[in-house]
Design a protein around this ligand. Sequence first.
Ligand SMILES: [Zn+2]
Length: 279
Amino acid sequence: MPQGTAMAEYGDDIVVTGPTGTRTLSGEAARPSGDLLAASDGRTPLSEVVPTIGDEATTLAVAERLVAAGLLYPVERLSAFDVDDVHRSLLEGLLLELDADRRPGFADRVQSLTVGRYGDAATTERLGESLAALGCTTSETDPDVVVFVESDAAADRQTVNRAWLDSEATLVRAAVHGPEVEIGPVLSPSSESCLACLTTREELNDAGQQLSYRALNPASTYETAFCSHVLTQLALRAGLGRLPPELVGRLVRLDLRTLDYSDARLFGVPGCEACDGGS
Ligand SMILES: [Zn+2]
């Protein structure tokens, strides 16, 4: 079955949950739909899967409906990528989420993305490897997405903030502090806050520790791998215009030992010297 898809039978109906939502398949099309989804392994072209299931004309019509519904895709859409299973499943999930009319240009859109990387060397290096495997360009010149991984005091936060504000890119920030990983904020070009606002908020909230870390432990390979994987996904989503809106301006903090989790929202600081707080 395609990535992120699950199926359950209830009497004659088949309920399918995929990246784009849940659908109930009923009537005559239910059985061939279920068989088709079960036989779609993300490798075999639909033109080879279809003849193995029932009447070919019927199955073809069913396949077209499943494609339109975002439950199935022609695997040829991913033929431009020469990637391992991890990256392939990431692409498959993203592809299935796109509206059917936007899927034909999927590979071109992914492979024309430019991602600028700043900060923690270990994490950004892994991120770079993933992006290169997908055919994206990594460059700080004219990026579509800026990824910044803080692993220390906010030493070069100002520099990255300036570079981002001077670009048309979406910013994805993360921080790794030992077993604690912080993802966010994600800031779009129209966001009314910036990393200088974050610094101000951290200072203001210092007493409550709401937005501030003081522990500066080195991250292990595990945290680095986790973080770079999440950032790969977010960079692609940002580049494809598929970021969940609720993620913008939000900081999520996760302790990978305990899975303790907290989140906060970054509000712009009115009169911020870098972005003017959106005013
Ligand atoms: Zn600001």
